[in-house]
Design a protein around this ligand. Sequence first.
Ligand code: IPT
Length: 930
Amino acid sequence: MLPTPDAPVGGAWSSSHVPGVWTMQGTDDLPQYLNVRMPFPEFPPHSPAANPTGVYERAVDVPAEWAGRRIVLQVGAAESVLLVHVDGQPVGMSKDSHLAAEFDLTGRVRAGTRSVVRLTVVKWSDASHIEDQDQWWHGGITRSVLLYATDELHLSDVTVRASFDGSLRVDCRVRDTGGALPEGWYVSGELDGRLLTQDAEFDRFNREDERVSDFLGEARLTATVPDVRTWNAETPELYDLTVRLHRADGTAADTSRHRIGFRDVEITGRDLLVNGERVFIRGVNRHDFHPLTGRTVSYDDLRADLVTLKRFGFNAIRTSHYPGDPALYDLADELGFYVVDEADIESHDHAHEIADDPRYLNAFVDRVSRMVLRDRNHPSVIVWSLGNESDYGANHDAAAGWVRRHDPTRPVQYEGAAKLDWAATGDATDIACPMYASLEECVDHALSGRQTKPLIWCEYSHAMGNSNGTLADHWAAIESTPGLQGGFIWEFWDHGILQRVNDGRPVGRGGVGLYDNGVAAPGHRWAYGGDFGEALHDGAFIADGVVFPDRTPKPVMYEHREIAAPVRIECFRHEGIVLGNHQHFRGLAWLAGEWELSLADGRTLTAPAELPDLRPGETAAVPLPFTLPEDGGEAWLTLRVTTAADEPWAPRGTVLCVPQVRLREAVPQAPTASQNRSVEVDDDGLLVHPLLTSAPTLSLWRAPTDNDELGGMAPRWRDWGLDALVRKVTDVRRTPGRVTVQAEYACEAGVVRHAQVFTAVEGGVHVEESAELPEQLDDVARVGCVFETVAGLDLMEWYGQGPWESYPDRAFGAPVGHHAVPVDELFTPYLRPQESGGRHGVRHFTLSAPDATGLAVALDEPRQVGVSRYRAADLTAVAHHDELVPGAGCVVHIDAAHRGLGTASCGPDTFASYRVAPGVHRWSWTLRAL
Ligand code: IPT
């Protein structure tokens, strides 16, 4: 029995945005972020006695013209238990926070009169234990509420099967809620204006077999489309399908419209094929999130998400960890994404207890089957996922059985089923879809001869903070190892909620503008776990996306864009450039190109590029577009590839990739000492220079990234004392024009010896440095020097990789060239402040004031350089950006070696080749005034 609703306590109602969560709308029940742990101690299926509940009530005028029609209430999604009452009478209830529930109100409301609809949303229930996803807990109605009417005779279901070969089958189910089906009903269908054929054989079989009762009608329409334009993520061709249900007199009782795509999905051997093609899955995990609404996303938000992904080379989405808004699938069909559609099941904290618990069996099958029934007509959906992180049990097998029987046209995946053995067969997953398995393990599996299923990571490359190291290495292996087909980066969003700093409450939509540079508006911050006073929380683990909360792309997006480049420079051979088409289905005609030759001496030459007509997989040589000047030093050729015309997701001229090849190496040039000049070094062995406010000293510390902290490196560095090294000068030797300084930095792991030789050169000083790390310091963040400059130097210009941030293991997408970025914009505002803003492969750079004065630094070889308004210690000390005070000068790091970023906050660390080894490191640089 459903409870009878009472009047609101105290009789006072307040208004609420629907769809919207109350946790973002001024109630005392605030958002809480937890990953694995449940927010309450009760064991499944129990929930706490104190249970936030929202009672929504609204008077509805039912249109008079709905008389005699079937009237349906649809609640798009409610978090988490929904109870419906109409005019005080109980109607029904529903669970699953991410699927719509429909209630037939025919007979409960009367056309032409007013009714009161009450929706009671209860936050905690038995279902909370299977909605234990790694995200904010909220409460409310998160998708739209709709009241609609149909004829009593209506299409209760339309199932479309449209195949790569142009064949189309449309199965219709018909019901009449007024009683038995009337005589003479029939269906018709149209596809882009062409009439479909009624399958008479199917009708006859139904009649003769008497399989179908008087209350359920079935009909089948078919067609074969010649020269069909097939659907795939690169060319998402859609057709308009209209299905009509007619009464005997020919009038239409119901009409149903679909945009359909002709495509096939199958697994052959260990390959997942779309239209027979082994496509790479360049995926991302996407949650429903918005920094101003918490959970509710509008159509425009969804479109903006997908457009962003498309522009950065993604072609696949896993709807982690529940079905998305229906509009998401329409957009994926239209813009071109492969979707792994995931059911709303995650019992992370009590996974083992629940997977085999028959009390949850119905919920598992219900959630999976309702998702399949809702989404099966979308060409974008290529795989069904049974949920996330819920161990593996009979409840999964039951759900998989239902799906395989109901929709044999798509594979099923579930990470937990293949966890122990990726090669096992006969289980609930057709795809080995590990999370965070190391590349080495995956390659070994693919080469072992044991592989039975496609291997596509359901989660990999955890994007928390400054992360995603080795992504390019992963893709080099994926593209060259049969059996590996890609994966889904964890994840799209940094779930930072916009929060006023002064009262610690969330700011709802319309409250304040966002800055589209990843930084929250002044007086505000991006809140993460713990910022709403939650006693239990998991901190910044919720800030692990490839975009900031305002959808500004993080630097990793440029890395990904380049990795996914549709056209690439294969090599430079016989004075020609070999180009390759790396798409699966599309030629190059939709792309335009421009050549750019960038020379170390500062020159950049450009020329229009004629892209050859290449089919997918083909390569061709094109002549070198420039005669390489004899002089100019190191030379790089870049092909800037853009959209040649407007695409639905990118205007003409949008950059898609910038593949490069080096045409000439640098010739090392040592500056000549200037005998008659001097270099000023004080008694402490510190360089004195008019442009420096702090002399270059050794640095082995970086403000720990999230990977450094959670991967255990930073705690070790702290134990060694690297965050507070004390310098002791041991020797200062002066000769004309040259000073040699020896210093020691003692720490728990031994003594680091640092030598600097300062030599006066024409216009400045040349600095040769070496640092000797004892064996115990076998994995440090960096070895290099740090100095600080005078105020007023606001612009950094450099020749090296850029323009965006890059690090040794995340530098594939940052082309070598001449770059200029204001110093304030070098920094990347990762939600929890940490090392950021580095530039890899820098050959020389300047820091200048608007009047063009400033300093220039030339490096002995391409180095990691960091220029920031903050010291590493400042960044280390704070938890949010609003606590940081930018310095007036620049803090400059020049590194002989800099540790890669890896992904150790959840998954593998960087590779050994990107770590900083002990022993002797040498580097040199020349400082001059501009
Ligand atoms: C994995 C989860 O599936 C995902 O929701 C998220 O929590 C991610 O990790 C980390 O951010 S589960 C993890 C315990 C491997």
